[in-house]
Design a binder for this molecule. Structure first.
Ligand SMILES: [Fe+2]
Ligand SMILES: [Fe+2]
Length: 468
């Protein structure tokens, strides 16, 4: 097998023997990891998957049946622009960095490792889900997400190997050593250590947690370190499908629940083996708050340093802003002081985590409106909501304080007393779990979720997306 077959790429891997050797050494370790921690029970099945074969906007995706271990994980960067410049920060307007600037080496390595760590982590979190898929369509989407997260790991590992020498190689090894939820060698970020063992969790994860990924990647896609920017720009094209799976997945559960509420004489979806809205709401509260933590503290000197250095920009930095230096503005934050909520002005650059989080929250609100429309369309009088961004936070200004879902400061005792109203209880999770029976006949779907509007790549819903 030639090199391009083994490691498809548009980075002229064949022209860099040292890098080629390093990645060829990493490849079997990666495959061992995939076989050990990838989707359990389906490695030998044919799955109708899309594979990235180039970066051309018109034809980068190739659809065909493939066994997951034979998926061609590749390294694709969006083609370089001529005369790329650093787009923001203290060095705005200077030529983009083609190598890692020495003074930012540690910061950049940390950014790349943290992003890279989330990719295999999510595959590990989701590895059991195939056994309880609600339909072949959903099973295929799960596997599509999984193989692409694997490719995203490749993308980050390429950067580590190519630009960080020995430390980079060590980091690339460690990315295969950590394990989601393992107390001794956990994944770096907490949302990626939470179990994702039922399909409502999976849809919430791809809706809320993958969406954090979108905003992180978008901020890095602006980076003045050009190889990172180009890598993230291409990853975003794949990520869009993951978000689609999450948003439509939760939406289909919501829709089905509303239908069952209408059908049941007491208006209770639980009686007809559905997932009641209050449980869906609690799952939303759980995943939304954990995902908010991923943006980091509200006040952050790291965010200021990364921006000043031109490493991590704002969302759509070039399209949305005219002042790319952002050195003199302030940003008003809500904080807790002396046991009550108040506001504080901080330099904008120190508040960029919060600025990015704000973009994310608006995006989630948009999805929430769509889901509420599904409920209204069934004639059911109920609404889902996003909890306050202060609710249940473990990172930043609000960590260590307790809030209700409306964002009001409450005592720890009151939170303790009421948290079963807001977060999934053991019984809630058991109810969801009790509904998770595999449905694998083409065209059939589990009772607790509505079918999708359309299939994949123009295929009908009853297409045999996975050959079992
Ligand atoms: Fe990813
Ligand atoms: Fe993703």
């Amino acid at each position: 097998m030639d090199l391009y077959e083994r490691i498809p790429n548009n980075v002229n891997l064949a022209g860099d023997k040292r890098l080629q050797r390093a990645l060829e050494k990493w490849l079997p370790n990666y495959l061992d990891w995939w076989r050990e921690m990838g989707p359990e029970g389906f490695q030998e099945k044919d799955v109708y998957l899309r594979t990235a074969v180039s970066v051309e906007p018109s034809g980068w995706a190739h659809f065909d049946y493939i066994k997951m271990p034979d998926y061609r994980w590749g390294i694709f960067l969006k083609p370089a622009e001529r005369d790329a410049k650093v787009g923001f920060g203290d060095n705005a307007g200077q030529p983009a960095y083609q190598e890692v600037p020495g003074e930012f080496r540690n910061a950049l390595r940390r950014i790349i490792v943290t992003q890279g760590d989330t990719e295999p982590a999510s595959v590990e979190q989701q590895r059991e889900l195939g056994k309880t898929c609600p339909s072949l369509y959903d099973l295929r989407n799960l596997f599509q997400v999984n193989v692409e997260e694997g490719r995203h790991l490749w993308a980050m590992v390429y950067l580590l190997h190519r630009y960080f020498g020995r430390d980079g190689r060590d980091e690339a090894e460690e990315l295969l050593q950590r394990r989601s939820g393992n107390p001794d060698k956990p994944r770096i970020l907490e949302a990626f250590n939470q179990p994702c063992d039922d399909w409502l969790n999976f849809f919430c994860f791809t809706m809320f947690t993958d969406r954090d990924g979108k905003y992180q990647l978008a901020a890095l896609a602006e980076s003045g370190f050009e190889p990172l920017a180009r890598t993230c720009q291409f990853m975003l094209t794949e990520e869009a499908h993951h978000l689609f799976v999450g948003e439509t997945g939760v939406g289909r559960v919501v829709k089905r629940t509303a239908q069952l509420m209408k059908e049941d004489k007491d208006g209770d979806a639980r009686n007809l083996d559905g997932i009641p809205l209050d449980i869906i709401q609690k799952y939303i509260n759980f995943w939304f708050s954990y995902s908010l933590d991923l943006f980091g503290g509200e006040i952050s000197s790291n965010s200021a340093d990364f921006f000043a250095a031109g490493l991590k920009g704002r969302y759509k930095e070039q399209d949305q802003y005219t002042d790319h230096v952002a050195a003199h503005e302030n940003f008003q934050l809500t904080v807790v002081e002396d046991g009550r909520l108040t506001t504080r002005d901080v330099p904008l650059r120190n508040a960029l985590n919060e600025v990015l989080r704000g973009e994310y929250v608006r995006d989630c609100e948009r999805a929430m409106e769509r889901w509420n429309k599904f409920i209204a369309e069934e004639g059911v009088d109920a609404q889902l909501y996003l909890p306050s961004t202060r609710f249940q936070r473990h990172v930043g200004e609000f960590a260590g304080h307790t809030f209700d879902v409306g964002g009001n400061l409450i005592t720890a005792e009151e939170f303790e007393r009421r948290c079963d109203e807001w977060l999934p209880t053991f019984a809630d999770r058991e109810h969801v779990r009790s509904l998770m029976h595999p449905v694998t006949e083409p065209g059939k779907i589990a009772n607790w979720i509505a079918p999708p509007k359309a299939g994949i790549k123009g295929k009908p819903f009853d297409f045999e997306y996975v050959r079992l």
